[in-house]
Design a protein around this ligand. Structure first.
Ligand SMILES: NC(=O)c1ccc[n+]([C@@H]2O[C@H](COP(=O)([O-])OP(=O)(O)OC[C@H]3O[C@@H](n4cnc5c(N)ncnc54)[C@H](OP(=O)(O)O)[C@@H]3O)[C@@H](O)[C@H]2O)c1
Length: 189
């Protein structure tokens, strides 16, 4: 069974964007970017909420500039090589290749996708990932905690759910960003 992974870059107070919708403070430097690339390298399918897809579709055409650091080119290549599923009730058409549009998030369909996949899957942003966490579909969480407090905005983790987690790994980067890798402990059924 393939794993479903949720990764997010968050402020110390737990927000992926601030109250103005800004997340420039979350932009990874080269060291963090290279680590994220390695984390995402085994991912065969990205499950995206439409808002995160709007941000990430940039990678369909990015990374080809000569002045682009190697990590950008590397990420663009691995993003384009993966399949994507976009969840949206409003998007008329996906703008990237290898991309399927879904009108509803069906937990059972995702369970079947995990069972049938040879490679791991990831999910983002937090509105969509929250539904997968609530449905018990997420196996691992990777939080990149940026040393900033933004006071409000969009939470990295949904309200109203409880999860038992096991810390599997942690790493400190030169920028002060800390990576926390958790396994989600399944509830006894
Ligand atoms: N911290 C960082 O490093 C970072 C990086 C990239 C982006 N971001 C931010 O994160 C934001 C994305 O996260 P988010 O939580 O706001 O949104 P999200 O989960 O990516 O997308 C939400 C959208 O997904 C669709 N959706 C959600 N549940 C659905 C369901 N059950 N069935 C069908 N469609 C469903 C809806 O699209 P429709 O409205 O089209 O129906 C909904 O508006 C970006 O906009 C950006 O601001 C942060």
């Amino acid at each position: 069974m393939a794993k479903l992974v949720y990764a997010a870059i968050t402020s110390l107070d737990g927000f992926i964007e601030d109250a103005d919708g800004d997340f420039a403070w979350a932009a990874p430097d080269e060291e963090v970017h290279a680590f994220v690339n390695d984390l995402e390298r085994p991912i065969g399918t990205y499950l995206y909420g439409r808002r995160m897809y709007d941000t990430m579709a940039f990678w369909e055409t990015a990374g080809d500039d000569a002045d682009d650091p190697g990590v950008g080119r590397d990420y663009a290549e691995l993003w384009r090589a993966a399949d994507k599923v976009v969840y949206s009730r409003t998007l008329a058409k996906a703008t990237s290749a290898r991309t399927r549009l879904e009108r509803d998030f069906d937990p059972e369909a995702v369970r079947r996708l995990k069972a049938a996949s040879a490679h791991d899957l990831s999910i983002g942003g937090p509105e969509l990932a929250g539904q997968a966490l609530a449905a018990g579909l997420v196996d691992e969480c990777h939080l990149f905690v940026v040393p900033v407090v933004v006071g409000g905005g969009k939470p990295a983790l949904p309200h109203g759910i409880r999860l038992s987690l096991e810390l599997r790994d942690e790493r400190r980067f030169r920028s002060g960003v800390v990576h926390l890798h958790y396994a989600v402990i399944p509830h006894p059924s």
